[in-house]
Write a protein that binds this ligand. Structure first.
Ligand SMILES: [Zn+2]
Ligand SMILES: [Zn+2]
Ligand SMILES: [Zn+2]
Length: 166
């Protein structure tokens, strides 16, 4: 079997290391999650210039691509919005990401999947009143700004007092 060193002045060790770095960078690129609670990678712009989220076979109505967090693996963000707060797909996905799991490897052995790191990509400010907030609540709103209990074109991260006032 030939190896890279037969062609280039590069050792196989260096080639292996490069593969690792490249895969980590891909994972990083894949790690952004839109406010709708689904990977940014699942968003595509249609011919009319409108973003569409294809998560859960198009059940997500999101019409933007606004990455709000970065995680190790955004592909597990596949929940459905059935309300605001904990019921929003973003909150459900974050809860999934924070739960350590075990999965079966090819030999049927249990492998630990550790909790993911979550990093905010946005300033923690309420989307409604603009005030700094230590913690925000994801909600879906309709065109009139009313909070809905299902997926809509637009999600917001708002503070508790704004949530209670709408
Ligand atoms: Zn989205
Ligand atoms: Zn979505
Ligand atoms: Zn607010």
């Amino acid at each position: 079997m030939s190896n890279i060193g037969d062609f280039l002045d590069v050792s196989s060790e260096e080639a292996e290391e490069a593969k690792l770095i490249a895969s980590k960078q891909t994972a990083l690129k894949d790690g952004r999650v839109c406010i709708c609670g689904h990977s940014s990678k699942r968003h595509e712009m249609n011919v009319r210039g409108v973003w569409q989220c294809s998560a859960n076979r198009g059940s997500c109505m999101c019409k933007e691509n606004r990455p709000v967090i970065k995680v190790d693996n955004a592909r597990i963000f596949l929940r459905r919005t059935v309300g605001g707060g904990a019921l929003h797909a973003l909150a459900q996905g974050m809860a999934d990401a924070l739960t350590p799991k075990t999965k079966k490897d090819r030999n049927g052995d249990d492998v630990d999947v550790p909790a993911q790191n979550i990093e905010w990509l946005i300033e923690l400010k309420c989307d409604a009143c603009g005030k700094d907030a230590e913690k925000l609540i994801p909600v879906c709103i309709n065109e009139n700004g009313t909070i809905m209990d299902h997926s809509t074109a637009k999600s917001l991260l708002i503070c508790r007092s704004c949530r209670e006032s709408v």
